[in-house]
Design a protein around this ligand. Sequence first.
Ligand code: 3PG
Ligand code: MG
Length: 415
Amino acid sequence: MDFLRLSDISAAELAGKRIFIRADFNVPFDADGALSDDTRIRAALTGIRACLDAGAAVMLTSHLGRPREGALTAAESLAPVASHLAKLLGQPVPLVRDWTDGRFELAPGGIVMLENCRGNPGEKADDPALAARIARFVDLYVNDAFGTAHRRECTLHALALAAPVACAGPLMTAELDALGRALAQPARPLAAIVAGSKVSTKLTILESLADKVDVLVLGGGIANTFLAARGCPVGASLHEPDLLDAARAVERRLAEHAGVVWLPEDVVVADRFAPDALTRTLHVDDVPEGWMILDIGPDSRDSLADVLQRAGTIVWNGPVGVFEMDAFAAGTRALATAVAASPAYSIAGGGDTLAAIARFGITEDIDYISTGGGAFLEFLEGRELPALAALRARARPASRRLPPTPVFENEPEPA
Ligand code: 3PG
Ligand code: MG
């Protein structure tokens, strides 16, 4: 890879340095405000521990949600993340608010959580002045936030350019290695499962995958739009009537290299969007007016399992039904079971997909689980991720050298 990695820097060089780690701790909370999945926190431990073990002073930050700059609410605080991380690390992780001037206490071997970086004015605009201010109290910048690598924001981009030295953390590196391996020379057939509510938000990924994959498995509102484009009645199902031509174009692009779209042949329909709705299982040609498709039917479950069993590589993003409701979970359960049972190399990413993997207990059977959702899709699409572009721009050998002696000072210079 054409950028510096944390593992390229020796522990001796890291000792005493002030290391700023940008992680992606945009984690879910339940209705009571309790952390409901700590996958992204655990995934960042390797890089954090490497820096702490080397005797560095570690500053860690992330965005959480989409706050208004300068107006963080309590629900947007990283406080619960900091206390959970403290338990995982077995050492205190104090939370620092208003940190951009560097006026906080931190000693080598210690770690602080810098409050939600998206609350800082200038973060979203990728403000170079904000980056310059932060860079003054940083010796080494580490980006380990693969899940946010598709955003051009200050702690992901401008700071990577402004810091004395910038490198990718071990999670970022592992993600890029695994995804790159799956896409560069995929074992064929390559099957991609892309599901979700809207074609519109995933149109460019569908177009780009159409050129690369052998089977494009569609689910959710995306599948409904493609069914409508094929002339099936979709009743009151979520779909986008404006995008029928776009759907047909994706099918044509696949056909140019003998690729196919997989769509359900039978579906579970409901009279309303509710766990206790009236349901029927019907052929896709028979969906009645006013009913909505909320899952795939038994014949489709079999045919999908068959497709995935014969795949060489599976890339999975999105469920094929409303699996949060038991009445509509059978399709996604079958999908998860089929991905798990397939001999294919499998990679999965995205919040809903991770929730399905956890729910159906197949974590061990997926070859690589990405912490990225949007970033995972944009990488698959072949787009340049802004955070990586910044790391690449810093890859020149001259910018790889950390100062020879520790420059850590307990009292950072005033702004
Ligand atoms: C995510 O959870 O998808 C990433 O952390 C990016 O978050 P964002 O969509 O709010 O930029
Ligand atoms: Mg998101």
